[in-house]
Design a protein. Sequence first.
Length: 612
Amino acid sequence: MKLTHKQKKYLKNNIYQKSLDVIASDLSLPKNVIKAYLQKQWSKERYQTLLDQEQKGNNSTRLENINFKKWFIDNRWQILILTVLVIITYINSINNQFVSDDINGIVKNSTLNNIKVIFNNPFASFHFFIYYTVNQLFGHSAAAFRLVSILFHLANVIGLYFLISFLFTSRIGFFTALLFAVHPLLSEAVVWISAGYTVYATFWILTSFIFFLFSLAKNKTYQYFLAVFFYFLALESSEKVVIFPLILFFYLLSQRNLRKYWLKLIPFFTLSLVWGGYLLKAMTKRTIALRKMFYQRATVIQNPWQFLSITFKQTVVAVSSYFKLIIWPQNLTLYHSELHFNEFVYLIMVGVFLFYLGVIIYFYFHNKKLFFWLLFFLITLSPTLTPYKVSWVVAERYVYMASIGIFVVLGVVIDELARNEKYQDILWICLTVIVMGLSIRTIARNHDWKNQDTLWLAAAKTSPSSPQNHNNLGDYYSRHGQLVKAAEEFKKAIILKSNYADAYHNLANTYHRMGKDNLAVENYQKALHFNHRLWQSYENLAAIYFSQKKFGLAEKNLKEAVKINPKNANILVNLGIVYLKLDKRQEAKRMFSQALKIDPTNRRARRALSLN
């Protein structure tokens, strides 16, 4: 019996989605006829793989019969290879120093010594639990904090291998995990301690997803509740996973099980609504913080069309940029500032994005599994694609979990190519070269995060339009005594962002060190014009006026600094010394006493009190 063209097309589109029994029933054909056709058309290895998979059963059956211990034993060599690759790829980052946000978040964060820090923000408890625990066990050890992120990354690699092995095949799972283990685009999330929340959250999402699938296959209530609990831990790691219920929704849709299991989504959506309410409140604070820290101007959305227009443009730029970095991870940087394109380049990016959407729609009708994982990428990115400037347009840490969707599709493509016996040797050589190349690029990227200096110098090569990085470069040159170069970098930052108060403050510091106090005073005043809460500028202005014996102006500026930062003992001591110069001894003693209440070990305050 021969198959018709329509039957052949149906078989081609569904052979990896349905069992042979289901396909035979759909086509009203004997199962042996379909097997005979496939045996004739396919290579022996490909046909045998299908038979092996058919023998193991479909996803539900395979998950129902899973034995963790047996799976680990059966796949021990693949797991060992993945583990060794992660170690080789990331071992050079272990001794990297604290950088960027790590300084204030960990090194200067005295609250990490108090267990209450875990509960200060009830919507980020797990993130601070990691910080508190590591700090208690190892103190301010950058290596210990970073090792936690690397171990979580390794757990994500193995968890991904496990998950995809049962949703597809073990080989596709291995290819997917292989790319995820070593890709340099993920280095920022793994190596930068302050971005570790992304790695923690991904681990809990993968774990929740796996237990959700178990609960469907085995119908075990405790596994379902574990899936909900692990999603809660994911939310406690990062609010950006709030879209996970949508992922489950589209997974059930792709499996044609939505009607049967939609009630199981209610607890997940409920948790997302709770966190969503928190996010709406936090969005205002986040916007204010970004304006203060990075002096961003507010985006005013006047109508729904403007909202959709900005969101579409930002999504096009972000998605096409991430695709480019996945395929060719060259210009990796902390600050993706080079996002201004001419019309021709932007049209190409729009074309790439529309093609991507077209592929998603195509696979919805032809391959539901690939449809789901292509959509997984976009859904996972969606919380960062807001037009309200509460996140960067492109940031490598944002794509850590989202990249899984693309790596799964690439794993399927590699597996499909590997089925052709003619090109297997070439494919294995190419795959080995690609994995080695990605590993080497990741190792090089890890070095960029070695310390503040290497990070800012690396960003300078890729982010010439970033005012933040020019400000950081100014700090780099200043610390190395190159004051002229430092001043040049601060000026570049100001040109790029005219209201950049921090750059004005740092430029003033540089002028002061160069002996140009008039220019220093001018720039401190400009810094305070744009950020009246910058108490350091008031303090430094007072120091200059004090050296010029303008004690009244010194008093005025130190009072402003005290208003902003009343718990700073050194400012109080400095104000006390100015009071002595103004012959206000009672006020001076009061300042020294207040300073000692705040910091009983302050020698300057104790000495000043003993002499007066």
